[in-house]
Each structure stands twice: as structure tokens, then as C-alpha cells.
Ligand binder design. Structure first.
Ligand code: FES
Length: 339
């Protein structure tokens, strides 16, 4: 039986097995969210009226004590009655781009680096989103959904660009995207999701940004950088791309072109397992260490991290060491999805 969920003055209808977060986002009502898998805790809400079913909410993310205090993970909980929720902080209840399901058509699926492909998906109609958000793809013939960050800026809303790295034994990668997904094939897409995006243009004063991406963690940073530079063409922007070896690098020319247009923008490819070739602009080591070497004070900067959890955690430490305010540190962790 459907019930209603309320936050502030916004009331939405929530289907019987529909997580409350999905109901709000599909109605275009913003709720903080990041992983949508029950692992990050970003969507935690306080249920001030009514009752929820926590379903598979992991106890690591939502402890028994928190359940007793009336907290719930909005991305997991379904409704047992009409409910009213409050967020634990941050903005919620305002309007946002609605979460939608669309059928896209593959227009390109091309190798761009070792075990990495660029997937271009044409949409039947424009999708509203913020640069840096992600979409979910549904593996055909299954309920398996996989999350991929959008490379696009918000204006590039009809052909989605995704960067996909192959995962050993991966249902979506080895079993599908790297196994014959071809131009003309249809793909079920849901989005937008996630909170990894810039503040509204009116609140963006053009301060400096540093962004660190590991592997295909570069993907959302490309859209964020282009959006940030379009708003303030002269701002300082440092983008580090950490990979194992030079065969893992891609889109260097795209970044070089951006640097030619914007002298305040610097792109730094960093190789962890290989010495850079003589004369190349590549650095060796870890991108977080390069940032520490390059920037003595990041007071007033905002920081953006996307990639494997150890890299993201190292980045948070590096940013704090250089005096970046914690509220200006944004992170998107690549957490392996469960089937
Ligand atoms: S735990 Fe719900 S969005 Fe991450």
C-alpha cells in the first residue's frame, strides 16, 4: 500500500516497495544522497512521525542505537505508514532535477585507455542534472544496476558521456559493456543521482578549486572543471589525475585544450607505478602528495575527490593539512557495488 512521506512543506507519494529517497527524488524534491547503496550515510534522516521498514540497511551505516533514536537511511527504508522526516543537516526539501528512467541508445563505445572505455548514450529527450552527478545503468536481463559518473556539463544534456573501467568478472563490464555492447543498442538509464556538484552559480564566488581523480574518477571532475571555468574563466583550478601507468591516462589533449583557453587551469597526470618518460609533463607518485608539494595553503579553496576510498581518504587528509575548511571538501568514493 502506498503511503505519503513529508519533509517540510513537501509531501510525496511513496510506492509500497519504494525507498523514501527515490520517492522524493522522483518528485523533484531534493534529499541529500550519495551512494544510494546504504554505505555512505549521507541520506540519513530522522523519522519524526510514522514508521519505516529499514529493510537491508547495513548496521555499519545505521546502528541499532540509531534505529532506536528514530533515524533511517532514506535510500533503503520503505514506509509502513505515512511518515514525516527531517534531515540531520544540510539542505533538503527544495526542488531539484527529478530522478527519471530513460531508454538511451549507444552512439559510441570506444577504448580510450587500458581497460577503459568511453560510452556515449543518446537520450530520447534532455535529462536535467548537475555536472558531477551520476546515472545508473541497468544490465539487460537482470536487476543489476551500476553507477557511472557523468562527464557532461549541465548544458550537454542529450548525449551522456561515461568513462567505464573494466572490473575482473564484472557483470556490467566484462559481461556486457566490454563484451559487445554496440552502437545502436538500447540501454536503460536512471538519473541523476548524488550530491557531488558545485554550489549554485549565484553562490559561487570563483574561489580556487583543487580536484583529484583516481582512474575513471576523472569522469565527474571533467564536467565540474568545465562548469567552474565557464562561470569564472580566470579562476585557479588544479586537476590531478592519478593512475598506475601512462597506458591508463586518457583525455590529456582535451585537458591541454582547456589549459590553453584558461591560464589559471593546470592539469597534472600522476603515475604511481611508473617513472614518467623523459621530457613528459607527467609526475610520479600519488596525486595527494603532489598537491602537498604544489600548494602551501589551501585556505579558501574547495576540494573535490573522486576515486577509490583510500585515495579519497588520503585526499581529505592532504586538504586538511593545507588548511582547507572541512565543509569545502567534497568526496565521491567508488565503492564496489553488490549484485
Ligand atoms: S547510505 Fe543512502 S545515499 Fe549512501
Amino acid at each position: 500500500m502506498a503511503h505519503t512521506a513529508t519533509i517540510g512543506s513537501q509531501e510525496v507519494l511513496c510506492g509500497e516497495d519504494q525507498p523514501v529517497l527515490s520517492a522524493f527524488l522522483r518528485a523533484g524534491v531534493w534529499m541529500p544522497n550519495s551512494c544510494n547503496q546504504g554505505t555512505c550515510g549521507t541520506c540519513k534522516v530522522r523519522v519524526v512521525r510514522g514508521e519505516v521498514d529499514h529493510r537491508d540497511s547495513p548496521t555499519d551505516t545505521l546502528t541499532h542505537e540509531e534505529r532506536g533514536q528514530g533515524l533511517a537511511l532514506a535510500c533503503q527504508a520503505t514506509l509502513r505508514s505515512d511518515i514525516e522526516v527531517q534531515t540531520l543537516g544540510g539542505v533538503a526539501g527544495c526542488s531539484t532535477h527529478p530522478l527519471r528512467d530513460l531508454t538511451a541508445t549507444v552512439v559510441a563505445n570506444e577504448p580510450i585507455a587500458r581497460d577503459t572505455r568511453r560510452l556515449l548514450l543518446a537520450l530520447p529527450e534532455p535529462l536535467g542534472f548537475h555536472a558531477g552527478q551520476y546515472v545508473e545503468l541497468v544490465v539487460p536481463g537482470s536487476n543489476v544496476r551500476r553507477q557511472y559518473s557523468l562527464v557532461n556539463t549541465a548544458e550537454e544534456d542529450t548525449v551522456l558521456e561515461l568513462h567505464v573501467r573494466s572490473v575482473l568478472g564484472g557483470v556490467a563490464t566484462e559481461g556486457w559493456i566490454f563484451a559487445g555492447l554496440a552502437e545502436g543498442d538500447e540501454v536503460a538509464v536512471s538519473g541523476p543521482l548524488g550530491d557531488f556538484f558545485l554550489p549554485p552559480a549565484a553562490e559561487d564566488e570563483g574561489g580556487p578549486l583543487v580536484l583529484i581523480g583516481g582512474g575513471t574518477g576523472l569522469a565527474p571532475l571533467v564536467g565540474l572543471v568545465r562548469t567552474a571555468l565557464a562561470r569564472h574563466p580566470g579562476r585557479r583550478v588544479l586537476l590531478y589525475h592519478g593512475v598506475r601507468g601512462s597506458e591508463d591516462l586518457y583525455d590529456e589533449e582535451r585537458m591541454a585544450e582547456l589549459a590553453r583557453l584558461h591560464p589559471g587551469f593546470t592539469f597534472v597526470p600522476v603515475l604511481s607505478d611508473e617513472q614518467p618518460a623523459p621530457g613528459s609533463t607527467h609526475r610520479s607518485g600519488f596525486p595527494t602528495d603532489c598537491f602537498i608539494e604544489d600548494v602551501q595553503s589551501a585556505r579558501g579553496w574547495s576540494g573535490w575527490l573522486c576515486g577509490p576510498p583510500p585515495m579519497v581518504e588520503a585526499g581529505v587528509k592532504a586538504f586538511k593539512r593545507r588548511r582547507m575548511a572541512p565543509r569545502l571538501i567534497h568526496r565521491e568514493k567508488f565503492i564496489p557495488a553488490s549484485d
